[in-house]
Design a protein around this ligand. Structure first.
Ligand SMILES: Cc1cc2nc3c(=O)[nH]c(=O)nc-3n(C[C@H](O)[C@H](O)[C@H](O)COP(=O)(O)O)c2cc1C
Length: 154
């Protein structure tokens, strides 16, 4: 099984979560590739058996509760015509409860997947506040996503 992760980060929080997930999956013999949204091409969304999209919630465009600006540009401009062709996609979104629209990147990512013919796999992983000390949650979520995907392919 191969997992393709496309993410972006400003403070390093999403990068931390992706790093923890990657290490945990690789320790189970799963091949994981991760790359930044701003360095990705639309076709990169089609790589791997499972695609994971990961980013924080930001005030892109001036209002809170939006996608990180670089993920928004990658998905909603650069990749606006992509057909995911039923691809299995899992979602990771980050946020901070200091903001009223907490963790709302989730719904923007879900919407992108639904509107582009992707198949959501499992529940989104929501990391609110500092991701340090939430590592166990990240690893368990990753295991579940792999289980669910394997069950679909069985
Ligand atoms: C300017 C700014 C706006 C933000 N807006 C929101 C928001 O609307 N909702 C939310 O839940 N978190 C918001 N956050 C918190 C980030 O989503 C959170 O710190 C996240 O872990 C950042 O991850 P990243 O640096 O990897 O992108 C905001 C943070 C900043 C600095």
């Amino acid at each position: 099984m191969k997992i393709q992760i496309i993410f972006t980060t400003s403070t390093g929080n999403t990068e931390h979560v992706v790093g923890v997930l990657r290490k945990s999956l690789e320790s189970k013999g799963i091949s994981v590739s991760s790359q930044l949204a701003e360095e990705s091409k639309p076709e990169d969304l089609l790589k791997g058996d499972i695609l994971i999209l990961a980013c924080g919630t930001w005030n892109t465009g001036g209002s809170e509760g939006q996608l990180h600006i670089r993920m928004d540009a990658f998905l909603n401009s650069k990749s606006k015509d992509i057909d995911l062709g039923g691809k299995q996609v899992a979602i990771i979104s980050l946020g901070d409860e200091e903001y009223y629209f907490t963790g709302r990147a989730t719904e923007h990512l879900i919407r992108f997947v639904m509107e582009h013919n992707g198949k959501l796999i499992g529940s989104p992983l929501l990391i609110i506040n500092d991701p340090e000390e939430q590592e166990e949650k990240v690893c368990k979520w990753g295991e579940r996503v792999v289980e669910l995907s394997s069950a679909c392919h069985a």
